[in-house]
Ligand binder design. Structure first.
Ligand code: HEM
Length: 425
């Protein structure tokens, strides 16, 4: 369809058909659809949700957490910080966790990711199903070794992250899932949450005993490895911080849930994007050889702009609010409706991105929305910012990489299969 006819078709459609069209265009031809919206109807109010497509308006929505809340997360999360909007718990626990995830760790984290990635690829002898054996496996290993969720099978960690992410990010009315599929996702999420909860209780009990033993011997006999859960357990929290062992456990679980499926999707999609574009693949491969990784990382973030893990974030409008006030497209958003800040569209808005249709690997990092924006910006973003490019780099430094077929999503939201081969020395 030509880029200038979406709205014509939308306006002509029966009310009952309109949202189906929007959903289909988001899923199958998002960039030309969003381009037309940015030009002609930057805020599109539909029966199911409102799409906000320009850069400034997306930032406006994401910067007002009390007006545009994360209420859609609430039924899907057991009181985790992510379902809190700009309140004491969110500020307290997010900053505690940011402190635990000390950014001084990042060079060592990148090294760990590089080592784990190399081992998997070396053992694959030039042939791998990338999603299951690499894209999910590397972050699952990091969850055990750096975050410290020890003692679980990686397959279980992957499963728990998968169903949580599937339900939380892809199972809302505007996702238009068939009812039986939607219920199946909820059921699997509930089942796996129970397993994760049991694991976390057992993990904290076991690790707490170890930390107590370490403290009793004044670290002379027993010295634990350093990881995030150990750090959390070694710390004394004044009771005024309300960070008891239960809150600690919930936050340890959050580390796992955030890490795996997000990283996996980003790595698989960036790989495919580059493999499909030989000119950029060649340049990225050259940059991958350099000791300083900054230039290479720029290729990864720019590729992710074209194939981000999600085209939009979503919020509930809590009180009537006029967005884009003072512009021609000022629009009254009604309390109780869903609002979708369309981050993919914002990353193609020429008001913030020069020549947005071109692949320009040296863009200003701050305009990307890869890790969200505003008060809910990703807790794990600095870890993600070394893990994702290092995983891609480790593949690209191999010779003659080729994909056997495009990524297979198996009718779900996440990459499930992607076979790669490369030349072995
Ligand atoms: C590496 C481990 C990761 C952890 C522990 C993690 C954890 C989190 C948490 C706790 C939040 C909510 C923050 C808040 O509400 O204040 C969040 C938000 C977010 N994360 Fe991550 N994350 C990780 C990796 C990633 C990756 C790899 C991506 C994308 C490539 C990603 C994308 C996002 C986005 C887009 C949001 C914003 C959601 C929103 O605003 O509604 N995360 N993450």
């Amino acid at each position: 369809m030509s880029a200038s006819h979406y709205l014509e078709q939308y306006d002509a459609a029966a009310d009952s058909e309109k949202f189906g069209l929007v959903r289909r265009w988001i899923d199958t031809e998002p960039l030309p659809f969003f381009k037309e919206l940015r030009e002609k109807r930057p805020i599109l109010v539909t029966s199911k949700c409102t799409l906000v497509t320009r850069f400034d308006d997306v930032r406006e929505v994401l910067n007002m957490p009390k007006v545009f809340t994360v209420a859609p997360y609430a039924p899907k999360m057991g009181n985790y910080l992510m379902m809190h909007d700009d309140d004491a718990l969110h500020t307290r626990e997010k900053s505690l966790m940011q402190c635990m995830l000390n950014r001084d760790d990042l060079p060592a984290v990148r090294e760990m990711v590089g080592k784990v990635s190399r081992e998997i690829l070396d053992n694959a002898h030039g042939n791998i199903e990338l999603v299951g054996n690499y894209c999910r496996m590397v972050p699952a290993t990091l969850v055990r070794e750096y975050f410290g969720l020890t003692g679980a099978k990686r397959a279980d960690l992957i499963e728990w992250s998968y169903w949580n992410q599937c339900d939380t990010f892809h199972n809302h009315p505007f996702d238009a899932q068939p009812p039986e599929k939607s219920q199946h996702i909820i059921d699997r999420h509930n089942e796996t949450s129970k397993e994760l909860g049991k694991f976390i209780v057992e993990l904290i009990a076991r690790r707490l005993l170890q930390v107590k033993a370490e403290q009793l011997t004044f670290s002379t006999l027993i010295r634990l490895d350093d990881d995030i859960v150990t750090r959390m357990l070694r710390t004394d929290y004044p009771k005024q911080l309300d960070f008891d062992i239960k809150r600690l456990g919930i936050n340890a679980g959050g580390l796992l849930i955030g890490a795996i499926e997000t990283t996996s999707q980003a790595v698989a999609q960036v790989m495919q994007y580059l493999l499909d574009r030989p000119e950029w693949l060649a340049k990225a491969t050259t940059a991958a050889q350099q000791e300083n990784t900054a230039e290479f990382d720029g290729f990864v973030w720019e590729a992710l702009r074209f194939v981000p893990i999600t085209p939009y974030l979503f919020r509930t409008c809590e009180s009537d609010y006029t967005a884009a006030k003072g512009t021609e497209h000022a629009t009254l958003l009604r309390a109780g409706t869903y609002v979708l800040p369309v981050t993919l569209s914002a990353m193609f808005d020429e008001r913030a991105f020069e020549s947005p249709d071109e692949f320009i690997p040296k863009r200003n990092w701050y305009n990307y929305f890869h890790f969200g924006f505003g008060s809910h910006e990703c807790l794990g973003r600095y870890v993600g910012m070394v893990m994702i490019p290092e995983m891609v780099r480790q593949v690209l430094i191999r010779r003659n990489i080729a994909a056997k077929a495009p990524i297979d999503y198996k009718d779900g939201p996440f990459p499930e299969q992607y076979h790669l081969s490369w030349a072995v020395e």
